[in-house]
Design a protein around this ligand. Structure first.
Ligand code: PNS
Length: 157
């Protein structure tokens, strides 16, 4: 039986911590679907179409990885696609508290399991919001995001 997992997120933008989690998940599972949330109530730096395109570009060489988008409840997307497990990265205790709550809610709603991968320490300080803030203020974030993301992000900021 092949194991397909979803790796959901905002990915605004996709950074090296995301890439590390997706790469490690893909090494252990048959297929990983990176699912970009489309939240019309939240204005991102990039549109959902742009985020999908950037994640596709960055993960193009990773076997077993594809990209999709979803709106509404993630467990509904999981049911529509016969996916019963999701993968999340854990950076900090704050992540743990929030992610455990979501994992329990997703299990409660639809029996969807969550597998946590502990973030590689080199990326434990990296979040999309901090990357954007530092870049906006002129800091060097070139080591924190894939090259395909860096240029469009700096142009957009
Ligand atoms: O990258 P993020 O913003 O931390 O990702 C959060 C995300 C998109 C995974 C989470 O907000 C989510 O699953 N949103 C979809 C709506 C939903 O299912 N909410 C209930 C979560 S228990």
């Amino acid at each position: 039986m092949s194991v397909v997992a979803v790796c959901p997120g905002s990915f605004d933008p996709f950074h090296n911590g995301h890439l590390d989690v997706v790469t490690r998940a893909a090494a252990q599972l048959d297929e990983v679907v990176v699912a970009v949330v489309d939240n019309p109530a939240k204005q991102g730096l990039f549109s959902v179409e742009e985020r999908v395109a950037l994640v596709e570009e960055v993960t193009a060489d990773l076997p077993g990885v594809r990209v999709d988008r979803f709106t509404g409840l993630l467990v509904d997307w999981c049911a529509e696609h016969d996916v019963t497990v999701m993968v999340k990265g854990l950076r900090t205790v704050a992540d743990f508290e929030y992610e455990v709550q979501m994992a329990r809610m997703n299990a409660h709603l639809a029996g969807v399991e969550t597998i946590f991968l502990v973030t590689d320490p080199q990326w434990s300080h990296v979040s999309s919001s901090l990357v954007k803030e530092v870049a906006r203020l002129g800091g060097d974030v070139s080591a924190l995001v894939p090259t395909a993301v860096l240029r469009p992000m700096l142009e957009r900021l």
